[in-house]
Design a protein around this ligand. Structure first.
Ligand SMILES: Cc1ncc(COP(=O)(O)O)c(C=O)c1O
Length: 422
């Protein structure tokens, strides 16, 4: 009679054989970052083709010359539509919203927020970091020596009970990172209730800011999921200055060569422009003009995003189909089912690092396990961020087969170890 552990060893041998056979196909797949695919990047090419016929003088001045620190009027109007705020509450910049976030934190550290003390001069500065979350937010905190407090993400947004309690009792908590729509990496959209509670926080710190990174504002794979307007909520709650909103066209036109924007109260905008004006004279308005001519308005942006969705959706669906065929009855393997954005969040407690390492042996690269947590510390060793945008469907097919096999091997190894340690 075979013992349990012998049976598991047999299964492991079988699975490893299958894995080696699969790996012989020797396909390299990079799923580390949420980049648009080559096919998606073609969608915005007409923007460049039409550049020669742009009317640079359309807005009274000359878009090729100095001026308009806050961005072209038409660009501010366009982003105001996306943020659902007034154009005066928007600054349109250059290619990266992440850079704007970094800039605002840098300013807060050096000069303070709206007349407050520079954060650098304080004993301790902390940020709340819902996790799993976007690794680059956490990297900014680390770079500035801001302590990170991890708060769990749920189906409807981060744990608001905990956040309310934390911010109302600790004046050294100066901010929170939020990706409120099609979140990175879980893909969830904050519920109305979460947005209301977030916009109505009563922080002990007067210079507390919600960093509302709405990178995926229009990036739906299906019907658009509506996100409640936090600026309205905050205004009504007497918190008009508490929210900084961000977005960009990195995944609408060109990543890093698009246009980014921030939204905030007029008082904040005035404060930010004063600091920005020391640093630069104006953003790249020629690029802004090209973008406005191509994107036109929110309805047209939604049409453009349907072309992106048509390319992205089959990749997300392939993942879902294959994973549910392999693990539907397995309580230990869970993954999110996003309706938009760029990521799927996979949960395999205890084996994330091993799974990622195994997949790499077969040429499939995932974001490093742990990266979705502050200080890269995922106590459960459970979360893996899946970025399906870059691979072709064929590559994706291979990558998910490899992932499934890697999870099976890692699970068997863990089960064997558990029995042997008894
Ligand atoms: C949540 C989030 N914010 C910001 C960015 C970067 O945006 P940008 O290209 O505008 O700097 C990304 C890119 O993946 C992201 O996922």
């Amino acid at each position: 009679m075979q013992t349990d552990v012998e049976r598991l060893y047999d299964k492991l041998k079988e699975e490893k054989k299958a894995f080696r056979k699969l790996a012989k196909r020797d396909i390299a797949v990079d799923m580390t970052r949420g980049r648009p695919s080559a096919e998606q990047l073609k969608i915005a090419l007409p923007m460049l083709e039409n550049a020669a016929s742009l009317n640079f003088a359309a807005e009274g001045g000359d878009a090729r010359n100095y001026g308009d620190l806050a961005g072209l009027k038409s660009a501010r109007e366009l982003f105001a539509e996306i943020f659902e705020v007034k154009p005066e509450e928007v600054i349109v910049g250059d290619g990266s919203s992440l850079e704007m976030m970094y800039f605002l934190i840098d300013c807060a550290m050096q000069f303070g927020v709206l007349g407050g003390k520079p954060w650098n001069s304080l004993q301790s500065v902390k940020f709340i970091c819902p996790a799993p979350g976007y690794d680059r937010h956490f990297t900014i905190c680390e770079a500035f020596g801001i302590s990170m407090i991890t708060v769990p993400m749920r189906e409807d947004g981060p744990d608001m009970d905990l956040i309310e309690q934390l911010v109302s009792n600790d004046a050294s908590i100066k901010g929170i990172w939020c990706v409120p729509k099609y979140s990175n990496p879980t893909g969830i959209t904050y519920s109305d209730g979460t947005v209301v509670r977030m916009g109505s926080l009563r922080p002990a710190a007067k210079d507390f800011r919600v960093f509302w990174d709405n990178s995926y504002a229009v990036h739906s794979l299906y019907e658009d999921e509506k996100l409640k307007n936090i600026f309205e909520v905050a205004q009504k709650a007497g918190n008009a200055n508490m929210v900084y909103g961000f977005t960009s066209t990195s995944k609408i036109t060109f990543a890093g060569s698009g246009v980014a924007a921030l939204a905030a109260s007029e008082a904040n905008i005035k404060d930010i422009l004063k600091k920005l004006g020391v640093r630069k004279i104006n953003p790249n308005k020629v690029n802004q003009l090209m973008h406005v001519a191509f994107l036109k308005d929110i309805q047209n942006i939604r049409e453009i995003m349907k072309q992106h969705a048509a390319i992205l959706r089959p990749k997300f669906e392939l993942f879902e189909t294959k994973m549910s065929a392999a693990f539907d009855d397995d309580e230990r393997v869970k993954w999110s089912k996003p309706k938009g954005g760029y990521f799927i969040s996979l949960d395999v407690p205890g084996i994330a690092k091993r799974t990622v390492a195994l997949a790499a042996e077969a040429g499939v690269k995932f974001t490093a396990a742990g990266a979705t947590f502050p200080y890269k510390m995922d106590d459960r060793d459970g979360n893996i961020r899946i970025a399906p945008s870059v691979p072709t469907l064929e590559e994706m097919d291979y990558a998910v087969d490899v992932l499934i096999s890697a999870i099976k091997i890692a699970t068997l190894e863990k089960d064997i170890a558990a029995i042997e340690q008894q």
